[in-house]
Write a protein that binds this ligand. Structure first.
Ligand code: WT7
Length: 655
């Protein structure tokens, strides 16, 4: 067993409690028992093509596919080849035709307390008008469009408008810096950025437009910047660059409310989403229209047991994959009413989320363990002060959930009545792969339980033998799997298909299975750290520090953190003529904010004379982790200079 798996395993407690679904829930559920789950699962594994064809035919296709799965150029899989469809059409028009024209589609709550409800027909009009405005500017099929917006309705509208005309959207989370925007825009050659002149966060307005101005300065591929009016000119007057910048409200006002949906090939690109990996450069994950559409639709339907009567709230930001698949594309395809909230959970006070649940009668609530731990810390009095009786199902995503947080969520938010779905997946997987089905699977706190339909998961060692604890692997391709890394097919193969002779997809997570074959995710086995559910590559941060003239070398590690799941610690050695002082620390933190964003600033910066290295010069991160977590130190005999560790440990304790 590899060292990293061993240390991940040590951090997981033995948890045996089991919570079967209540009979009341199971009775009405889409999948009502383990027998039903097992039968459908077996069918999906025995004949995946028949299974996925059946699911896909519940959606609208302009032209049916010729072939369900083409594996000829593995790992470049193709799903529903020859089929023509449109995801925005399936999210909106299909429901209008079914008589749900005036049913609430988006229920939006702004941080300052303003709100807007858009019915499916409102969404139809707004999406089409903006789609027509984009077309008028010359944006069309295949063009890349970057979105850098707060969580306002226009973010949903613009994303869907891109999908309608076949433009490839790349949503950039509004916490990223101008340098990060620039990197992404250049990597994909975006021609257009959509932003806003403001966005609310904890009572403050963020000046997104000026961050975009800085990002696209001198970037030739950018032809248009579209600006949504959300601020009020105060404190940031918005500068409009003639010829390049357009106010959103002006360009949509005279547009027709109808826009023919582009008939897209299944394998046309739908979107790019950048995520961190093991090297310094984020990768543009490619998802295509047909397979992603079917997978988001089906997983939402079964995991969240979703009906059109549901008022569903996922607290993620659309800037992450969770927001793509489970705020927009999955729930809208299922005709749900989707709550979208602009701001922070503690604005104006710690009860804001529960206000929203009560106000809109939310039935399904999906959030992250880091948020649950923050709620626990704030105390029961906040949720207890509100009527949460509308809730029927709870979900969690983004990182392993500790049993203590799970139990609190179940009791305090779910009143011991709502099932909890712990959903494991990734940007690359497009949708959920491991999760309980709420009406069938007995849940265990901390376990993502079992694979969904069509997912053939295993825990393997480096050689590909099945193990009780090891590395998570997925054998068969599923429709939502990433199709590549933008502009870098080699990296795609090297990252995901190098292990086990390309027979399995390698997600980069450690896992174990228990006596019921339940999966327990242990955390990343690569150099990716999960801070509050945000993925940060240690190499990415290290390359930021190295840019500073005073820094000689750095090593960044993830350490256990009470609220965030993992926190970042950076060990830094400075050049001979430089001084390691508070001024340098501040400069380095500012550099991270400028290069990536505030959320990537390490908890601790430790200046040290040297770093523990092997005789061949490799930094021993495991020892750095032991030091940071105050653990007994493992084997140090392979170190070039064993005294380095003792010095570092003293230094760490002093901080
Ligand atoms: C990584 C993917 C998938 C949406 C949010 C994050 C970790 C995700 C769980 C879970 C344990 C989880 C994994 C994974 N992760 N969900 N339920 N239990 N770990 O997407 O940024 O692509 O990160 O998040 O380590 O590899 P992402």
């Amino acid at each position: 067993m590899s060292e990293s798996i061993q240390s991940l395993l040590e951090s997981v407690s033995k948890e045996n409690r089991s919570f079967p679904p209540t009979p009341e829930f199971a009775e009405k559920a889409r999948v009502r028992s383990m027998e039903e789950y097992e039968a459908e699962y077996q069918r999906s594994i025995d004949d995946p093509e028949a299974y996925w064809a059946e699911i896909a035919s519940e959606l609208h296709w302009f032209k049916p596919w010729d072939r369900v799965l083409n594996e000829d150029e593995k790992p470049f899989f193709k799903w529903f080849e020859g089929g023509k469809t449109n995801l925005a059409y399936n999210c909106i028009d299909r429901h209008i035709e079914n008589g749900d024209r005036n049913k609430a589609a988006l229920i939006w709550e702004g941080e300052p307390g303003d709100s807007r409800v858009l019915t499916y027909f409102d969404l139809y009009r707004e999406v089409n008008q903006f789609a027509n405005a984009l077309k008028k500017l010359g944006v069309g099929k295949g063009d890349r469009v970057a979105l850098y917006l707060p969580m306002i309705p226009e973010l949903a509208i613009a994303t869907l408008a891109c999908a309608r005309i076949g433009a490839v959207h790349t949503v950039i989370f509004a916490g990223f810096s101008s340098n990060s925007i620039r990197d992404r825009v250049l990597d994909c050659g975006a021609r257009c950025v959509i932003t806003a002149d403001g966005g609310w966060r904890r009572g403050q307005i963020l000046n997104l437009k000026s961050i975009v101005d800085e990002a696209v300065e001198g970037v030739d591929c950018i032809q248009e910047v579209i600006v949504v009016k959300r601020g009020h000119g105060d404190p940031f007057p918005c500068r409009i660059k003639e010829g390049r910048d357009h106010w959103y409200h002006r360009i949509v006002q005279d547009q027709s409310i109808h826009c023919e949906p582009e008939q897209l090939d299944s394998e046309d690109m739908l979107f790019l989403l950048y995520t961190s990996g093991t090297t310094g450069k984020p990768k543009g994950i490619i998802h295509t229209v047909g397979g992603y559409m079917v997978y988001a639709y089906q997983t939402t339907k079964v995991v969240f047991d979703m009906r059109k009567e549901d008022v569903y709230w996922c607290t993620a930001d659309i800037g992450w994959i969770t927001g793509h698949s489970y705020i927009l594309y999955g729930p809208l395809q299922n005709a749900a009413s989707v709550v979208m909230y602009e701001g922070a959970p503690n604005s104006p006070d710690n009860g804001r989320f529960w206000d929203i649940v009560e106000k809109y009668g939310v039935t399904i609530f999906y959030t992250a363990p880091t948020a649950i731990r923050a709620f626990m810390k704030w105390g029961e009095k906040w949720p207890n002060a509100k009527d949460l009786s509308s809730l029927r199902l709870l979900g969690t995503v983004g990182e392993p959930i500790n049993p203590e947080a799970w139990i609190w969520y179940h009791k305090v938010i779910g009143a011991d009545r709502c099932p909890i779905v712990d959903t494991w997946w990734q940007t690359e997987t497009g949708g959920i792969l491991l999760s309980p089905l709420p009406g069938a699977t007995p849940t265990k706190p901390g376990s993502a339980t079992l694979p969904l339909f069509g997912i053939d998961a295993a825990v393997l060692d480096d050689e590909g033998n099945e193990q009780k604890a090891g590395i998570l692997a997925i054998r068969k391709p599923w429709p939502g799997i990433l199709r590549g890394i933008y502009g870098d097919p080699q990296r795609f193969k090297d990252t995901y298909w190098c292990k086990w002779n390309g027979e399995y997809y390698f997600p980069g997570d450690g896992a174990r299975t228990d006596e019921d074959d339940y999966f327990w995710i242990l955390g990343r086995v690569d150099d990716v750290v999960n801070v509050s559910g945000h993925r940060i590559g240690t190499a990415e941060l290290e390359s930021v520090f190295i840019e500073h003239p005073s820094v000689a070398e750095s090593a960044v590690i993830g350490v256990a953190h009470e609220i965030k799941g993992q926190g970042l610690v950076a060990f830094i050695t400075v050049r001979e003529n430089a001084t390691a002082d508070e001024k340098l620390e501040k400069e380095l933190k500012d550099l991270v904010i400028k290069s990536i964003g505030k959320f990537a600033v390490p908890e601790k910066l430790i200046f040290s004379g040297d770093l523990p290295k092997t005789r061949s010069g490799k930094i021993m991160r495991r020892l750095l982790r032991d030091i940071a977590e105050g653990k007994a130190l493992g084997n140090v005999t392979t170190l070039a200079d064993p005294s380095v560790v003792e010095t570092l440990r003293k230094k760490y304790q002093e901080q």
